[in-house]
Design a protein around this ligand. Sequence first.
Ligand code: S3P
Length: 427
Amino acid sequence: MNMNITKSSGLRGELAIPGDKSISHRAIMFGALADGTTEITNFLQGADCLSTISCFRAMGVDIENHTDRVIIHGVGLHGLKVPEQMLDVGNSGTTTRLISGILAGQPFTSTLNGDASIQKRPMKRIMDPLTQMGANIRSLNNNGCAPLEIRGGSLHGIHYQSPVASAQVKSCILLAGLYADDVTSVTEPVLSRNHTELMLSGFGASITSVGTTATIEPEPQLHGQKIAVPGDISSAAYWIAAGLAVPNSELLLKNVGINPTRDGILRVVEAMGADITRENVHTVSSELVCDLIVRSSSLHGTTVSGELIPTLIDEIPVIAVLACFADGETVIKDAQELKVKESNRIDTVVEGLLAMGADAIATDDGMIIRGGKPLHGATIDSHLDHRIAMSFAIAGLMCDTPTTILNADSVEISYPDFYESLHKISV
Ligand code: S3P
């Protein structure tokens, strides 16, 4: 499906932000491993989270998906059944890496695979620590990517010094640590999102976090929970950028998760001069949440680097779009991880911006954008990357001529109602 986007004369109104993708995945996984029932509200019904549901169903977990409410009948830490077929993780890196940690602790062999994009994502980053813990994990094409075969077994607790700031790697190891013979800890170079630590503690695991090190004790009894999933700040990001850059805009974004390990985009747009306010700040299911009011603003360029990067890694494509409408230069660096996302997002972002006439250059670890040049409509290939489709749909709102997004339905991965929401707030 392709989507045409035309120039906007203003965005106004209120949007309820759909559930956080990272938290939705974890709620299914931990609910499956808990004793008793877990009830999830505001679960993200995106294709990635549905892949997680189908993988756990394939291992015998009864999961009722009533759309507004998901109910998981947990089987306990040792209750998963041998999957009869290869587990299908679809497009989801989070499913692949987190489930691998769980599979490493099972007394059976399993295989998993996903789409063409997943078969290019690096898995050595989880194969190495899981192997150190005693699992036998193989890339079936010998290229460090899925399909993976995982022979679970008795695992040893390790201390792992992770070379990357990745919540998927950290979570994979912590989940394997549930099944280890001793404590397991992970130290990251920079702190990544901590949803696993917060939610697993809520389920009854014993996890401590000190600085960039998280430590877990093995064999806890996990108890079913009620989880209200906060709105996904990575989805709110599109409306934050659009509300700031499109003249004559004022948006109320309801129920946005602002966990400090995820709120980098707010800190960046505030540094750029944004008129954005947080209201009704409160905690839901151990996660900080608020409503955001965003108004059209005149912005200036900034530098996005260092410890900020993991707190906004998925928002960089739309931050790059926003930088085109800021005065002066925006430098994004220390973001090599962009190269191994659903697409090489350094290349796909810069390619799209150049097609629209922006002043952008790719660097080895990010990009440099000089704002202020008017953007023109273009045909943008989403490269089947949901965040590229949505970022350039937002850019299209500010272009003088129409934009066409190719494979625009890739938004299904994380934001199935994205185009309906855009229509709703367009004046
Ligand atoms: C995620 C972690 C991040 C992020 C991804 C979701 C998670 O990936 O980009 O969309 O849920 O843990 P990395 O851990 O690879 O940085």
